[in-house]
Design a protein. Structure first.
Lengths: 232, 232
DNA sequence: AGTTTATTGTATCGTTGTGAAACAATGGTA
DNA sequence: TACCATTGTTTCACAACGATACAATAAACT
């Protein structure tokens, strides 16, 4: 895997908060630089003649193996606090790159995106500079480099506000799911418990759910229906 | 007034949609390049060691004469459609600038901000490249360069969504205003008429309005109260 | 087969929010 | 004093919502 050369626009980057959902928890994909014990969000750069959105999609596909991903831009970060050339210098050195006057040591303004993906369909793959990439529970994130924690918070804030508005929660679930699973996604994102009966009433009243066969799990209780989102 | 040199970050710009309100209409500040009959949003560039937000505030203060302005970032635009070097080349030439390899001819990713300001307190001032700056009714905007029309629409969309959430409409009004004026701001932004009684009930129930003396305009009818927003 | 238990689906009830309309108050004019 | 235009408030029907209760049912246990 090769390091980006300066066919890329200098001083501009993107970072992505990739949300997944599993075991009743909201999860985020985090890169690690092992030797430095440093954690970061997956990100990348924009080629000179490449649309910004395409650059982000390209990076996401590389990190996740997925092709069509729900993606939303939420904020662009341009403070000077995020200019920490020493960290980037050490990362480059660790990987044996020529460091003097390297374009990645400049100041970067970064565009934040978040993605919602189906946890089970992903095969996380590290990028050229990092050693591993793994899922972390949102409430057990390691300390992240630069302002990446702030990006996560702002992404989640944006997601919460738009959760109902765009009905995007289904991107975190498989094609078919139970009402309970859907509720758990909402609860994980909102960080609060919801009333079961009212949640069901609300979701069904929206008229966007298709009811399928029941799911017999073997549990000694009533079997839940499976639902899918109606395609518009 | 001098043209920016390359103490600025290349390939990054900002553009601002500056909203005002007057005569029951929502208005936007638009720059004009007279000789080219071209219209554009006020924008600018970010200095190498300058926070993005500061750069935008700097530009807004220069354009409006105002110091403290309600400002919100809404989206970053990075498509290739917005790369139109011929237009920028002609603008530079019109102003008698050296054009070959000029850094402003490169591709730009632009960060969109919108501002809400009190129409009456503004003294609009053109920038180094434009000939005039004027208020235009939102529903009578001239054709704008590049994707600036798209920026306006996206800014307004963002503003509509957050109108209630952050109660920011008061930034468009003087310190004291009548309920009717407040309603007119809402109607101008939302683009629809609202029920007078219900609007009043809603606003008063929020508990954020301070009622003052009545305003006697000389009209032969009941005088309205003046209100101001309670300072948090 | 009947009973029990855990879970899901639905109904009910009181409260709150909202749209539409009516009513009341009031500053000026004829 | 009657009238008009506008503003402030109330009313009423209805939708939305939170909390709770009730009904249905799949499997396990007697």
């Amino acid at each position: 895997m090769s390091l980006p050369t300066n066919e890329y626009i200098p001083h501009i980057s993107y970072d992505s908060v990739i949300f997944g959902f599993s075991g009743e928890k909201l999860k985020i994909l985090i890169l690690e630089y092992h030797n430095m014990k440093t954690y970061a969000l997956p990100g990348g750069f924009v080629k000179m003649d490449e649309p910004l959105d395409d650059a982000v999609k390209r990076g996401l596909t590389e990190r996740t193996g997925l092709d069509k991903i729900y993606l939303e831009q939420f904020h662009t970060f341009g403070s000077m606090q995020r200019f920490k050339p020493e960290i980037m210098r050490r990362i480059l050195e660790e990987q044996g790159h020529q460091v003097e006057d390297h374009w990645m040591l400049g100041r970067f303004i970064t565009v934040g995106y978040y993605a919602l993906i189906n946890y089970e369909s992903v095969t996380p793959t590290p990028d050229a500079l990092s050693d591993s990439i793994d899922w972390y529970d949102y409430d057990q994130l390691p300390e992240l480099m630069m302002d990446h924690r702030e990006l996560v918070e702002k992404a989640l804030e944006h997601l919460r506000i738009h959760l109902d508005h765009k009905l995007l929660s289904f991107n975190l679930l498989p094609d078919k799911f139970t009402m309970k699973e859907l509720q758990q996604v909402y609860e994980a994102i909102l960080g609060e418990e919801l009333n079961r009966a009212n949640f069901q009433r609300k979701m069904l009243s929206l008229g966007i759910l298709q009811r399928h066969d029941k799911l017999y799990t073997g549990g000694s209780h009533k079997a839940p229906y499976l639902y899918s989102f109606k395609k518009a």
